[in-house]
Design a protein around this ligand. Structure first.
Ligand code: AMP
Length: 454
């Protein structure tokens, strides 16, 4: 592997991008290339494989899309039915939709066809779209595996393969699908693999799939963006709900993602926020694709200020202007903390990340601190205060002290509360745990969580 060093202030024209693609970068407001683009585009155009250690937000989508598009544009429109010239494989549906938008934006004015193959939505339109063959196929591994098996998609003509967020595909139990899919592509393909972190399994995957790749490392593994102000509040789980509502009453928190560890936890937090009069949307793997896209669109266009999300559903979400990330609870995997807080402070903007930590989560906090190689400042410890009264008891008093909140929506007032509404059920599995094959089922269909990429 060869190492590349960071370059500064590069124009896309210096990198070999020209014609309609160059015009499209300008029209998209991309005046100068980002470091990952400056480093990846020239070797990719030369036909080299790329191994990129970079997170979403670094500009990697254009880094792999521009060279692929520039090669495809010269090929004309003749394609074999059900084939794809380029395949971009991603862990989540949201990321796939986002990447297709970028590809279409960059390909504006060129005759380049795209297709999304994703779980959770009807396969018929995807099969129909593939019938003519497409230039760029963007897919999640589960549904693509199904369509390849059914010969609705043929990958033997695919000469560009991009594996994006490979570490997340590993976490979600997709690694064997990824290997099989890669094997079905053209043997002389060009491959790019991007991953925010480089666990051993991803290094091994890279060794088998990439040929003498150019290695590009943008942010140091598992370091957090310097622009993000991070803090920890020690609060018992029972205190977190009220603390969160009090926090969010502060309108300087303009756009907020609240992370919950489990899908049920995310639903509970959302219900509690709505009960407290906030307008919040929720996004997790049990929601339909349409509901998720609706929540995301509302958050993106600013009509929804608070998005509650699980780790997997939030991967790859690129919404500019997120001012705050609140970790309602600590993630099971310390690495997820880095991804969570990376939703804010993007593109050099300021952001803040507040983590609510129950004393029983102290060991998870230590793991996070080990990974980010810094001690997080504890800005408050409210464990000496009594647990707040349950909302059912307190409802009569609401609205006096929290004048900034919107009045609670009447139809939400009667929403049924499950359990005590605050405690995390220790037995709940996170989405990534649910997606991992359970031991003993031997990786068969039943044990494989697929198709519904979070
Ligand atoms: P990505 O890591 O590909 O998700 O990109 C993160 C964000 O950076 C997206 O909002 C892109 O539109 C933006 N972006 C990518 N490349 C550039 C560039 N060269 N100049 C300005 N913005 C960019």
């Amino acid at each position: 592997m060869t190492e590349q060093t960071t370059t500064t202030q590069t124009q896309f024209s210096d990198l070999g991008i020209s014609g309609t693609l160059l015009a499209a970068t300008k029209a998209a407001g991309m005046e100068e290339a980002k470091p990952i683009q400056a480093q990846a585009i020239p070797p990719f155009l030369e036909g080299r494989d790329i191994l990129g250690v970079a997170q979403t937000g670094s500009g990697k989508t254009a880094a792999f899309s521009l060279p692929i598009l520039s090669r495809i544009i010269g090929l004309g429109t003749k394609r074999r039915p059900r084939t794809a010239r380029a395949l971009i494989l991603v862990p989540t549906r949201e990321l796939a939709v986002q990447i297709e938008t970028v590809v279409k934006t960059l390909a504006k004015g060129a005759h380049v066809s795209t297709c999304l193959v994703l779980g959770g939505v009807s396969r018929n339109s995807q099969v129909r779209r593939m019938q003519q063959g497409v230039d760029v196929l963007i897919a999640t591994p589960g549904r693509l595996t199904d369509l390849v098996r059914e010969k609705e998609v043929i990958l033997s003509d695919t000469t560009w393969l991009v594996l994006d967020e490979a570490d997340r595909m590993l976490d979600m139990g997709f690694i064997n699908d990824v290997r099989r899919i890669a094997k079905a592509t053209h043997p002389a393909r060009q491959t790019a693999l991007f991953s925010a972190t480089m666990p051993k399994e991803i290094e091994q995957l890279a060794n088998t799939l990439l040929r003498e790749p150019v290695r590009i490392e943008i942010a140091k593994q598992s370091t957090t963006a310097a622009e993000i102000e991070q803090s920890v509040v020690i609060a018992r789980t029972k205190q977190k709900r009220k603390y969160l509502s009090d926090l969010l009453a502060n309108e300087s928190m303009k756009q907020v993602i609240v992370f919950a560890r489990t899908k049920h936890g995310a639903d509970r937090v959302t219900r509690d926020l709505e009960r407290d009069g906030f307008n919040a949307a929720v996004i997790h793997g049990n929601k339909s694709q349409n509901a998720r896209q609706r929540a995301l669109n509302g958050f993106r266009d600013g009509s929804v200020r608070i998005l509650v999300a699980t780790d997997i559903a939030a991967r790859g979400i690129d919404v500019p202007g997120i001012s705050h990330v609140v970790n309602f609870d600590l993630p099971d995997e310390a690495e997820s903390y880095v991804h969570r807080i990376g939703r804010t402070g993007r593109n050099g903007a300021n952001g803040a990340a507040i983590t609510l930590c129950d004393p029983t989560e102290a060991s998870k906090l230590r793991q996070v601190e080990r990974i980010i190689r810094m001690k997080l400042p504890v800005t408050a410890d409210i464990t000496d205060q009594p647990d707040p009264v349950r909302p059912a008891q307190a409802r009569g008093n609401e609205g006096s002290a929290e004048g900034q909140k919107k009045p609670a929506q009447p139809h939400r007032q009667h929403a049924k509360r499950k359990g005590n509404g605050s405690a995390q059920r220790s037995g709940e599995r996170t989405e990534s745990q649910q997606r991992r094959p359970r031991r003993g089922r031997g990786g068969g269909q039943a044990g494989r969580a697929r198709g519904k990429a979070a």
